[in-house]
Design a binder for this molecule. Structure first.
Ligand code: MN
Length: 152
């Protein structure tokens, strides 16, 4: 079930994060990168695919240097509305700490995004304020959660 893992981890009486509806993708696919001051600072990189935000936690954040490939750990799908979320997740709640939108915009897949995700190689163009140009998310062989994010 879409977003089940996301909802199970959160108490929406306590956190101001959105509960989330599954919305079918509109014309422009959105992306967001959220700076998340949790136990360890990381950057959540999210691409809208199949009506949700596919999400990766990138400990060091995206690099503008094509030679620096950054570890990106797949996390649970988030609702599309999450792309607008900024705020403080309360202490004791999942992901407690401040969330700031670091960059956002639209993205263009080079091929069918659902298929690319399943195959573990997503080649795409970002139209953000900080992030532009061609990027790749590449899943490690025989792994589910560990991917690399890099600029071409
Ligand atoms: Mn996070």
């Amino acid at each position: 079930v879409l977003l089940e893992a996301y909802r199970k981890k959160r108490n929406f009486q306590k956190t101001s994060e959105p509960e989330g509806k599954v919305i079918q993708a509109k014309k422009n696919l959105i992306f967001v990168v959220q700076e998340h001051h949790a136990t360890h600072l990381h950057y959540d990189f999210r691409l809208s695919i199949g009506g949700v935000l596919k999400s990766w936690a990138v400990p060091k954040g995206p690099s503008f240097n094509p030679k620096e490939k950054r570890l990106a750990v797949l996390t649970e799908d988030h609702p599309l509305e999450y792309a607008a979320f900024e705020g403080e997740i309360p202490a004791g709640e999942y992901g407690a700490g401040k969330v700031i939108i670091w960059d956002h915009g639209t993205w263009e897949p080079k091929k069918d995004p659902n298929k690319a995700f399943q195959e573990g190689k997503i080649h795409f163009v970002l139209h953000g304020k900080k992030l532009t140009g061609e990027w790749v998310l590449l899943r490690f062989k025989d792994q589910e959660k560990n991917w690399l994010l890099f600029k071409l």
